[in-house]
Design a protein around this ligand. Structure first.
Ligand code: NAD
Length: 291
């Protein structure tokens, strides 16, 4: 079994970006600048945004964190987005999801200038991704592609089973892996909560991407020998032995599934760190485009 080490790979990518940023600065070009907007006090969201800002510092980007209170109105948030759209110094920005219930997430996503949408959530960018045109690919599926590529996991002609059909992971993942691209050319089956014979399907998979958010859902009896497993799930479960009071669990029962796997991502340290690295990559791309 080979561990698909997202921590190490993302660190390599950050080193590569650091070099590029240094070169941009040397050439008198603009330093990439990422802004992140967070609304409210959700603990997990704060952790994610904090990690994104820290990653910017590590690679030499500029970063701006916009923290808005829970009771922020949709109108105020949209005005903030407009300001970021019009601020030439900001190359790309993200609005951390989920948003408080009184704010229409779709409206917010639509308000972001597609040229600054480094999360790749705007319909223009999703459409370009689906057509295999150059665009910002959303960071989690992009990170999975990169991990598979760097570990030379063969996808061409393989049967990939994606569990979950969310707009940010399952759906784009299934589209990308079926496309004619370096990491792609796979035969893809997308499954979801209404799939009735899931185990029958996962047992046929050469590669399983688990993105459903149910801890340790994928068990050893659901996969064949030498499977490759990408575990996207991150669920916080209470654990009093930890200083934080919780530990992170993936969607895969790692101990038993890893015994049957050719390649597998751990949680934590797999897909999660890759997501941040690819956000940086998208921001660098946005900056180069505006340069
Ligand atoms: P979501 O809640 O939006 O969607 C879950 C999907 O799973 C749905 O499409 C649903 O149909 C499917 N599903 C639910 N129960 C199922 C079942 N029993 N069998 C088959 N399919 C089932 O989830 P999401 O936003 O895609 O996130 C999924 C997980 O990935 C969560 O744990 C989330 O925290 C994590 N996540 C991690 C990263 C990362 O960077 N590592 C990024 C995004 C999401």
């Amino acid at each position: 079994m080979i561990l698909l080490d997202g921590r190490k790979t993302s660190s390599d990518i950050k080193d590569e970006i650091t070099l590029e940023v240094a070169q941009l600065k040397k050439d008198g070009k603009k330093t990439p600048h990422l802004a992140a907007v967070i609304v409210g006090n959700d603990g997990a969201s704060k952790t994610y945004v904090g990690a994104k800002v820290k990653a910017c510092n590590r690679v030499g980007f500029e970063s701006t964190l916009v923290e808005l209170p829970e009771e922020t109105t949709e109108e105020t948030l949209l005005a903030q987005i407009e300001e970021l759209n019009n601020n030439d110094d900001i190359d790309g920005f993200i609005v951390q999801l989920p948003l408080p219930k009184h704010i229409d997430e779709q409206k917010v996503i639509m308000a972001v200038n597609p040229d600054k949408d480094v999360d790749g959530f705007h319909p223009t960018n999703v459409g370009k991704m689906a057509l295999n045109l150059p665009t910002f690919i959303s960071a989690t599926p992009f990170g999975i592609l990169e991990l598979l590529e760097r570990y030379k996991v063969e996808t061409s002609g393989k049967h990939v089973v994606v569990i979950g059909r969310s707009h940010i992971v399952g759906s784009p993942m299934s589209i990308l892996l079926s496309q004619k691209r370096t990491v792609g050319n796979a035969t893809v089956t997308i499954t979801h909560s209404r799939t009735t014979n899931l185990k029958e399907i996962t047992l046929q998979a050469d590669i399983v991407v688990a993105a459903l958010g149910i801890p340790e859902f994928l068990t050893a009896d659901m996969v064949k020998e030498n499977v490759t497993v990408i575990d996207v799930g991150i669920t916080r479960v209470e654990d009093n032995t930890k200083k934080s009071g919780y530990r992170l669990l993936g969607d895969v029962a790692f101990d038993e599934v890893s015994k049957k796997s050719a390649f597998i991502t751990p949680v934590p340290g797999g897909v999660g760190p890759m997501t941040i690295a690819m956000l940086l990559k998208n921001t660098l791309l946005a900056c180069k485009r505006s340069n």
